[in-house]
Write a protein that binds this ligand. Structure first.
Ligand SMILES: Cc1cc2nc3c(=O)[nH]c(=O)nc-3n(C[C@H](O)[C@H](O)[C@H](O)COP(=O)(O)OP(=O)(O)OC[C@H]3O[C@@H](n4cnc5c(N)ncnc54)[C@H](O)[C@@H]3O)c2cc1C
Length: 183
């Protein structure tokens, strides 16, 4: 199977990248080794700028509806307040400077949007276990519960690969040219 863009990891970065590419008419396949959203302790605070990016993708509404907005923070040591801050905000702003929303919801809302988006193909339980590159493109080896598939001449999109994956494949030709996607 040949794809113009393959994104490794359906975390917030991978799915946002796929939606952004779709906005520009570029189809992609997103591969994730899990079968669901992350279940561990992850992000909780989402900044205004992130919401502005999500707005460009047309996905901001559930974030605003579900998230808890805030403008000021206080830090306590036992019963003593040791730090207080106020983030700039005005009525001119569309979004509050920060909202609190568990990453599980962040991922769910992005995945829901991607599932509606035809140019984005999400593939779960698909662990990328190998990457190679030649003149015809980049090939990914993908391990699924059914089989290990060597997918020839697949485009790789390294900037969106998650940190753990990048660390494992840092020496590969694919990651050596992170700004160029071969087709
Ligand atoms: C405790 C904690 C608190 C945090 N708090 C905040 C916060 O308040 N605000 C904030 O903005 N950020 C916060 N972060 C950081 C935030 O969680 C990360 O920046 C974010 O998850 C990065 O998204 P990502 O899509 O790059 O990677 P990830 O979320 O790690 O997603 C990568 C995905 O790729 C999959 N994957 C990995 N290797 C492969 C492979 N070989 N093949 C297929 N799939 C693969 C993984 O299963 C995963 O689903 C926090 C992180 C932690 C741990």
């Amino acid at each position: 199977m040949r794809h113009r863009v393959a994104i490794v990891g359906a975390g917030p970065v991978g799915v946002t990248a796929a939606l952004e590419l779709a906005r520009h008419g570029i189809a992609s396949v997103v591969l994730d080794d899990k079968a669901t959203v992350n279940d561990g302790s992850r992000a909780i605070c989402l900044s205004r700028h992130s919401l502005e990016i999500l707005q460009q993708l047309g996905v901001e509404a559930p974030f605003v509806a579900k998230g808890l907005g805030w403008t000021r923070g206080r830090t306590y040591f036992r019963d003593r307040e040791i730090f207080r801050f106020e983030m700039p905000h005005s009525e001119q702003e569309r979004f509050l400077p920060m909202i609190n929303l568990q990453q599980q919801y962040i991922e769910k809302f992005l995945i829901d949007k991607a599932a509606e988006s035809e140019p984005v193909e999400l593939r779960w339980q698909s662990a990328v276990t190998g990457v190679s590159q030649d003149a015809s493109g980049v090939s990914l080896e993908v391990s699924t519960p059914r089989a290990t598939i060597a997918s020839p001449a697949t485009t790789c999109w390294p900037p969106t690969a998650p940190a753990a994956w990048r660390a494992r494949h840092w020496a590969s030709p694919c990651t050596a040219r992170p700004t160029r996607a071969a087709t």
